[in-house]
Design a protein around this ligand. Structure first.
Ligand code: NAD
Length: 314
C-alpha cells in the first residue's frame, strides 16, 4: 500500500462540491493531491470546506488535520497541476464541451501512462473522448456526494477503454477501502443515477396526480425501504422476501407505473419560478440557514453511523 501511496499523484480539476470532497477522500488515504480550479478564490473555498469537514469527521475518526491538509496542494495553473500526475480526475460543471476542452489540454500535458477519469453524472465515455488521441486510458469514476463518506464508485468503461486500466482502477479503489463497481457497457446516467431517476419519475407522478404529498412521500422513503436499501440492494431484498412473493407484488404494480418521457411540469414550473431548492432558499420546502445546517449535520451524522456499522460488520 505504501508503495502505491508514494507513487500515485492525483490531480483534481474543479474544486467545487465533488472536487473538494474527492480531494479530501484521497488525502485521507495518504495521497498527494493537486487541486485545480479557475481561480485562487475558488480553490481557497474548496480548501476551507475541506478544513471544516476534517473538523467534523474528527469527532468520530482520529485524524491528523495538519498532515491531511499538507497533502492537498492548490494549483491554479493547470499545467503545474498535471506535471507529475498519474491519475487526473475531472470534476467541473456538467457541460460536455467544457469537459472535452479540458481533456484536450490535459491529454497534451500529462505523461503517456497517466489515467484520465471524469466524475460526470451523465455523459458517456464515447461522448467525452470523441476527439481524444488516446481514449484507451479514459474511464468514468462516478463518485456520490459526499465522497469521503460514501464508499461506492461506479467505474464506467468505454468501448475503447483498456482492460488493464479498468483492472487497475478496481484494484486501486479496493486498496483504499472504496467499493468500486464496474459498469461494463456505457449507458446514460450509468446505474445509480438511472435508478434514482426512475424513483424520482414515479415520486413526481404520485405527487402530481394527488396520491400523496411530497412531505409524506419523503417520509415513506426515509422511514421504510430507503433505510433497508443501505443494508441490502434490490436483488438481495427480493431474495429475502422470496422471488415468488416479490413477483406477485410487482406484477400487480408494474402495469400502473408512470412511463412518461417528458420532464415533469411539477419540477419545470418551480425552476421557471426560480424555486431551485436549497440554493434559492425555496423549492418544495423552505430552506433557511438553520434548517440547511441541521439537514447537513443530520446527513453527515447518519452517514458516519453507517460507516461505523460497515466497519463493525467486516
Ligand atoms: N453534486 C453531486 O452530487 C454530484 C455527484 C456525482 C457527480 N457529479 C458531477 O461532478 C461534476 C462536478 O459537480 P459539482 O456538484 O462538484 O459542481 P460544482 O458546481 O460544485 O463545482 C464545479 C467546479 O468546477 C469549476 N470549473 C469550471 N470550469 C473549470 C475549468 N475550466 N477548470 C477548472 N475548474 C473549473 C467551477 O469553478 C466549480 O468550482 C459534474 O460533472 C457533476 O455532474 C455531481
Amino acid at each position: 500500500m505504501n508503495h502505491i501511496k508514494n507513487k500515485v499523484v492525483i490531480s483534481i480539476i474543479g474544486s467545487g462540491l465533488m472536487g473538494h470532497g474527492i480531494a479530501l477522500d484521497f488525502a485521507l488515504s495518504g495521497f498527494k493531491v493537486y487541486l485545480n480550479d479557475v481561480s485562487k478564490e475558488k480553490i481557497d473555498l474548496g480548501i476551507i470546506q475541506i478544513s471544516e469537514t476534517i473538523d467534523y469527521l474528527s469527532r468520530s475518526r482520529n485524524l491528523d488535520k495538519k498532515n491531511i491538509l499538507r497533502k492537498i496542494l492548490p494549483k491554479e495553473n493547470l499545467q503545474l497541476a498535471l506535471h507529475d500526475s498519474n491519475i487526473v480526475i475531472e470534476a467541473v460543471y456538467e457541460d460536455l464541451d467544457l469537459k472535452k476542452d479540458i481533456f484536450k489540454y490535459v491529454e497534451k500535458n500529462v505523461s503517456s501512462d497517466c489515467i484520465l477519469l471524469s466524475n460526470t453524472s451523465t455523459f458517456m465515455p464515447s461522448e467525452i473522448t470523441e476527439n481524444f488521441l488516446h481514449p484507451e486510458r479514459f474511464a468514468i469514476s462516478h463518485y456520490y456526494n459526499p465522497p469521503y463518506l460514501l464508499p461506492g464508485i461506479e467505474i464506467v468503461s468505454g468501448e475503447k477503454t483498456s482492460k488493464s486500466i479498468i483492472d487497475f482502477l478496481i484494484k486501486f479503489y479496493k486498496s483504499i477501502n472504496k467499493k468500486p463497481s464496474l459498469v461494463k457497457k456505457e449507458i446514460k446516467g450509468f446505474v445509480g443515477n438511472r435508478l434514482q431517476a426512475a424513483l424520482l419519475r414515479e415520486s413526481l407522478k404520485l405527487v402530481e396526480e394527488g396520491y400523496v404529498s411530497h412531505q409524506d412521500l419523503d417520509q415513506i422513503v426515509k422511514g421504510s425501504f430507503g433505510r433497508r436499501l443501505s443494508a441490502a440492494g434490490p436483488f438481495e431484498l427480493r431474495e429475502i422476501i422470496g422471488l415468488d412473493l416479490g413477483l406477485s407484488i410487482t406484477k400487480e404494480i408494474i402495469p400502473t407505473l408512470g412511463n412518461s418521457q417528458e420532464i415533469s411540469k411539477l419540477i419545470s414550473s418551480k425552476i421557471l419560478d426560480g424555486d431551485l431548492g436549497v440554493k434559492s432558499g425555496k423549492g418544495f420546502y423552505e430552506w433557511n440557514d438553520k434548517n440547511k445546517r441541521n439537514w447537513k449535520k443530520h446527513m453527515l451524522d447518519w452517514l458516519i453511523l453507517l460507516e461505523q456499522e460497515d466497519k463493525n460488520s467486516q
